[in-house]
Design a protein around this ligand. Structure first.
Ligand code: HEC
Length: 180
């Protein structure tokens, strides 16, 4: 009776699989990084923040005196991290172009996603050149690419007091030197 026992175990498993498949009539591509919202919150924003936070400047009052602080990647490891973030943004742009994220959107969606791919190449170049000014500048371009898409495809619900341009916030670390 060993085989019968095994068959009983297998049957519900196979049935469950069949039901799951037939539940969606058309085969749909499973979004690899969750919904667009999840992908933005968990992948795109944190990756952009690494890039935006890499180079910055601030001035503050210390004992009544203005102190100006600038920061940029110093070690190989720090530069590598910035470079990796630049490359990752391009990969995310490619993923945005896949049907899982692009389906049902206009052609402009493809253009905005490609914009991320293109700016990622510039970002990667700036990181390879270890050029802090270029990193800062490309950071601004990245932000316009994010915002352009958000203006056309805003979230259904914006948090109170926020505009679309607040969604992707550039250089959030501007207040905090990287050395801290
Ligand atoms: C091709 C279009 C597109 C590009 C490019 C894009 N986004 Fe988005 N983003 C969206 C869409 C669509 C939403 C709204 C998702 C939703 O709420 O359904 C969104 C929402 C967000 C959100 C809000 C997530 C949340 O928790 O609700 C953040 C943060 C964000 N994007 C960051 C970025 C950053 C940073 C960039 C640039 C590096 C960027 N996005 C580039 C399409 C894009």
């Amino acid at each position: 009776m060993k085989t019968g026992f095994g068959g009983k175990i297998m049957f519900p498993v196979i049935l469950a699989g069949t039901l799951a498949l037939s539940a969606c009539d058309q085969p749909q591509e499973v979004p690899p990084l969750g919904t667009a919202q999840q992908m933005m919150a968990n992948e795109v924003q944190p990756t952009a923040e690494i890039f935006w936070g890499a180079v910055g400047a601030k001035s503050e009052l210390v004992d009544g005196e203005a102190v100006f602080t600038e920061w940029q990647p110093e070690t190989d490891a720090e530069w590598d991290e910035v470079h990796a973030a630049a490359v990752r943004l391009g990969e995310l742009g490619e993923i945005l172009k896949t049907p899982a994220y692009a389906e049902g959107r206009g052609d402009d969606w493809m253009a905005y996603s490609q914009g991320l791919v293109d700016v990622s190449a510039q970002a990667s170049e700036a990181a390879m050149a270890r050029d802090p000014d270029a990193i800062f500048e490309v950071g601004g371009t990245i932000y316009s690419v994010c915002s352009a898409c958000h203006r056309m495809y805003p979230p259904d619900v914006l948090p109170e007091g926020m505009t679309v341009d607040d969604i992707a916030q550039p250089r959030p670390n501007e207040e905090t030197p990287a050395s801290e």
